[in-house]
Design a binder for this molecule. Sequence first.
Ligand SMILES: *Cc1c(COP(=O)(O)O)cnc(C)c1O
Length: 396
Amino acid sequence: MLSKRAESLKPSPTLAISAKEKALKAQGLDIAGFGAGEPDFDTPSHIKDEAIKAIKENFTRYTPVGGIDPLKDAVIEKFKRDNGLEYKRDEILISCGGKHALYNLFQAIFQEGDEVIIPAPYWVSYPPMVELAGAKPVIIDTKEEEDYQITAEMLKKYINSRTKGIILNYPSNPVGSIFYRENLEEIGKLAVTHDFYIVSDEIYEKITYDDYIHVSIASLDPEFKKRTIICHGVSKTYAMTGWRIGFTAGPAAIVKAMNNIQSQSTSNPTSISQMASIAALTGPQDSIAVMVGEFKKRRDFLVSELKSIPGVSCYLPKGAFYVFPNFNAFLGKRLNGKEIKDSSTLTEILLEDYHTAVVPGVEFGKEGYLRLSFATSMDVIKKGVERIKKAAASVV
Ligand SMILES: *Cc1c(COP(=O)(O)O)cnc(C)c1O
């Protein structure tokens, strides 16, 4: 008999779609894959060299559970340099990826009876991770036509004595939306007044476009910083998804609790990856601009192509590497004799009949939308978009 916890848990739908995409490719099918949630770039050489050096020098044993001091110092330096935020070593934790940091954080601060506010569209893992901690996700819908903002007025309707936290992800996965500074101020003030935590997932901080400059909510007011826990990592910024290094910055008592959870579960993140991550955070940063420049070209092409489809609208992402086009106009219609009931059936038809892999919006709490990653080559994007256009033209 499985535990109740395990029985009700679904695997991550984005990872499941990536796996399906890979399986179909392995069968020899020419799949245009928009499922990927990771940069298609190689980890920069100077980072890889540091890992090789660590292996050769036998830096291959357990490290302190919460990471080695030189990496914590590199993270401290990053927050000072990029965000004007001051942290001490006991306010920093290194984990096995940003996802692990979030998981440990939720285990440390949420429990039965707590409510956690999550703006939708949300990253797929937030609600199940909140539930695994015993707490209840409370979803606030945000709208494309309102630039996916949350205002104080909207938020107030969801706050009560059980509210223990809010999860903010900016730039966001799946939309690439951000929160305006004035709205971050309002959210911060409500967190102070009603005494709840702000979980700030800033993993896409460095992947931004046009004139958007990322501002962490923690940097807006010392009172906000006291109740904000920033979850971050090297996966997206340095094309290091497989290395599994994430980091947290927040109040020492919370970091200590997370460290204890880590010490009874994973122990330290990989020693070799920690050395590589020091090189990533303190070494040359020019690979980021190269990657972001390439992403921007793809974003501009993909958004303009999608918007050219009659009935489709699409938010222009300010960051991250996803677009989230609105296909609501197609729901209830038919394609190749099949009814497009919802975003999941549209996704199935696109994969089976058009060999194009996307993720249904419903997985992110937004029906009628699709998520397409542009962390894939321009060739794949061109091919895939042609197929989507062909599908759209056949909808009756
Ligand atoms: C990718 C991602 C993460 C964490 O990724 P890791 O590889 O575990 O560091 C966290 N939050 C969001 C929104 C992401 O897209």
